[in-house]
Design a protein around this ligand. Structure first.
Ligand SMILES: NC(=O)c1ccc[n+]([C@@H]2O[C@H](COP(=O)([O-])OP(=O)(O)OC[C@H]3O[C@@H](n4cnc5c(N)ncnc54)[C@H](OP(=O)(O)O)[C@@H]3O)[C@@H](O)[C@H]2O)c1
Length: 262
């Protein structure tokens, strides 16, 4: 069988880097994407040396409205086939909506939502022509509930879950599956980048990125629509279904507010 290739956005650190390890461990070639060229290429070399697979590193800023088109053109221009598209790159913005920075939030929407739609749209035609392909979109437990203190971030992840489940249904007849990975708090650079170090969200039940990545990879390979790592996390969508929405917002606010000593 010809070697298959995965494109992973945000593949330099955190959950994306852990996913890159899992794909490489299964013998897949890789295209890794993130902004910081040095970090990305160091990661790419380390994976190549450890697993002996081919790794192409493509630095790109996916908050740039032209980013997903430029990335697609580069991949197509090099004649690289993408069998697995992993839309993982994402950031959060912590704080009450009235006081958070609008520019940061608009860039977050561009990265977490618009670039995912753009990349999926562009890489799909070749998958459809091949009658096969798998897409893994990294959302969050945030997809299931409103999130005071990170309202726009939670909404981007709700978009991803809804979008991914809908196109998973549409694309099944084409032999393509779309899996939404919904991690809870996970050890990575996310907390600091989001400015959410003060939040209680990361005080307990934090999972490690390799474990989250394995759950995502296995679910994608089985063609599952939604993957939730961790038993406790699995209970949340069930609880949300039977709880009035205003009460969910109240509990979600409590869970995400700053710790009392911050
Ligand atoms: N950690 C958690 O608790 C958690 C929980 C649920 C869901 N998630 C989701 O999991 C995904 C991965 O997050 P993580 O925790 O692994 O975060 P992370 O450690 O901060 O890694 C983020 C990755 O995305 C890249 N990236 C950031 N901005 C980018 C941009 N504008 N263009 C291209 N690449 C960019 C980063 O590299 P550069 O900075 O070099 O670009 C890095 O490789 C995100 O979608 C996040 O929302 C995380």
């Amino acid at each position: 069988m010809a070697k298959q290739r995965a494109l992973i956005t945000g593949g330099s650190v955190g959950i994306g880097a852990a996913l890159a390890d899992v794909f490489a461990g299964h013998g897949h070639d890789l295209i890794l994407v993130s902004r910081n060229r040095e970090k990305l290429e160091a990661r790419g070399r380390a994976i190549h040396d450890r697993f002996g697979i081919d790794v192409v590193c493509l630095p790109e800023d996916l908050t740039d409205p032209q980013g997903s088109r430029r990335l697609y053109d580069t991949v197509a221009g090099r004649g690289l086939d993408v069998h697995y598209l992993v839309n993982n790159a994402g950031v959060g913005v912590y704080g009450k909506f009235a006081t958070t920075d609008l520019d940061a939030e608009l860039k977050m929407i561009q990265l977490n939502v618009t670039s995912v739609v753009g990349l999926t749209k562009r890489f799909l035609p070749a998958m459809i022509a091949r009658r096969g392909g798998r897409i893994l979109n990294v959302a969050s437990m945030a997809a299931f509930l409103p999130g005071p203190w990170m309202s726009v971030y939670y909404a981007t992840k709700a978009f991803l879950l809804s979008f991914s489940q809908a196109i998973d249904y549409e694309l099944k007849p084409n032999g393509i599956t779309v899996t939404t990975l919904c991690p809870g708090p996970t050890e990575s650079e996310f907390k600091v980048r989001a400015g959410s170090e003060r939040s209680q969200l990361f005080d307990a039940f934090v999972m490690d990125a390799p474990r989250v990545a394995r759950v995502g990879y296995d679910a994608m390979m089985k063609g599952k629509a939604v993957a939730i790592p961790g038993v406790r996390n699995k209970l949340i969508p069930l609880a949300v279904r039977v709880t009035p929405r205003p009460l969910i917002a109240k509990l979600s606010h409590r869970a995400a507010r700053p710790t009392s000593n911050s």
